[in-house]
Design a protein around this ligand. Sequence first.
Ligand code: ADP
Ligand code: MG
Length: 686
Amino acid sequence: MSHSKSYEFLLKDISTLKQVGQKTKKLLKKKKIETLFDVLWQLPQAFVDRSNLININKLEIGKICTIKVQVIKLNIPRIRNLPNTVRCEDSTGKIDIVFFNSREGYIRKLLPLNEWVIISGKVNFYNKKYQIANPAYIVPLEKENFVKKVIARYSLTEGITEKIYRNIIEQVLQKLPFLPEWHDKNTMENFDNKSWRESILDLHNPRVKQDFQSNYFKRLAYDEILSSLIVLSQIRKKIKKIIKKPKKFRNKLSKKIIRNFRFQLTKNQIDIINEINKELSSQSKMFRLLQGDVGSGKTIVALIAAANVIESGYQVAFMAPTEILANQHYSLANRIFSETKIKTDLLTGKTNFSERKKKNNALKENYTNIMFGTHALFQKKTEFGNLGLIIIDEQHKFGVKQRMELSKKGGEDCDILVMSATPIPRTLIMTFYGDMDISKLIEKPSYRKEIISLSKPETKINEVINFIKKEVANKNQIFWVCPLINESKKLDYEATVKKFEYLNKIFTGKVGLIHGLLKNEQKEIVLKNFLNKKIQILVSTTVIEVGIDFPNANVIVIENSNKFGLSQLHQLRGRIGRGNMQGTCILLYKKNLSANAKKRINILKSTNDGFKIADEDMQLRGFGDILGYKQSGIKEFKLADPIHHNKLFKMAEINIKEIENRKLDLKKYEPLIKLYDKAEIINQID
Ligand code: ADP
Ligand code: MG
């Protein structure tokens, strides 16, 4: 096919461009630019008007100007720290071109004595003279039109000048292929029939206003959304095609377990258990996401499913992101399985060699029924005799690709259940989890008291301390969270240490500290001390994972709470109130809260519903800021924005359902998928 070649052009390595050597390639890689296609998504930050040639006597200080001048004198002092200067003039005046850190040879080549040149840069006034320091452009007269333009300015990495970058983007735009249209007529009407190529050109065109509601922008955003849905739909289709051996069980074990609970399962839990049971005993492979707030009772649901799988003769792997979490699940399982003959075991990175060997043997022999652990569970040496279900907890660090790999790992007969407490706004569920079936736990266990959320200015910290004194006296435990101030681990460390010292003066010997510079093992020691109540107050940045059960922690103090997103505050708050005591969340803030910050705090006070909070968060902060998504690597859109392009997301959902229901041919989407599916999940479209 001739056009398939054209999209392939865009997948070429960046170094195939002229004037892109290994050095530039490395610098671009830092910006995640590796192929020609990647270049297209580095959006212009601004446009610089260099189009007017100005006489020296008309120059405006502080502005970017373009001048046509003759070189009249070079001043190369050859003394360290003194800049090289080149005096130039036109018929109306003189100007100094100043170079810091430029070699003499380079300057002489750019500005040969007596020659006329075009120079563009920001004009300063220094020592009663005009000057331009390190101009962006110096070109001979014949290249005047290369500079005399409105030029798109990109955010550049160090080492890449505007000129070099422009050269790169212009080379790509010039050769931009005409791709066959993949959208149907109806869809295209929404974008005034803007083709992909036209849209990309508009995106980089200084004369076209950057506006996310314009046709070109919406078209490109839609491409992104739809490609993601198609990829997920393809994965889903592949999984649905698998025919597995149904699991046979009579709920004997699970009934026994449920009878022994001190509580009643909620209706929501029962419904989901039934849904899962039906799927386990069917011929189709389960690939299901169990979504619900922290503490909504997901783990219990998963363990009941596990019991059924075990009753049918299969084994279960239960994977947690950290050792502590694996431990917690393991001991919870030991408690609830205590009346049964289910054999549990635990395998983590800490398990030593000889123990590991024994455990692995027991697994292989199908002696162990359920194995808990961290990712150590899926090392090559660990073999299950008859694995029938993989359960994964807190998978928000898992991308689509990892999910896929995991689903392959267990083999065709193995079902997959993934649990997540990351609240996802409704608009995004399909784009994130379109490959999976979803069960949602919304109802909370009834005994659980709503956490009381309060906000206080930091000036009233004494009141907070007094409150904490009472809690400490009552043997309760407290989280004290300091926000990540910036990307610098060192500064965050210093801020948490300060807080630790302050609190430790008041509550001597009762305070622990966790910060980003601690190694995982060190972190786990502190967390264990907190779990075992050796310490009562835990100062931390947001580095502790969600999901750990601290039944005795019922107060959380969040400093600078206005710096956190709603969803993040909600997640933090979810760490307390897991036992049956009243939980209190204290949101500290510095004076002068913005209207937006006030709104956030009020929403948090008014509801405990994670989904609602995620939606509100998105409305208030915009997609890019919602915590967890960027860091989680779940998915990052280049242009599509779930708030501004809400309609497009809905449109894409309808579109993909139509494709699925009518079994439409996906061949025409091939360029779209090949270009946008960075993880290269889909090798073949069918
Ligand atoms: P999640 O995994 O969603 O964070 P868990 O399953 O760990 O939640 O449940 C949190 C706590 O609530 C556990 O101690 C569990 O025993 C308890 N729990 C679960 N379901 C119920 C229920 N229906 N009623 C009362 N307590 C429950
Ligand atoms: Mg949990």
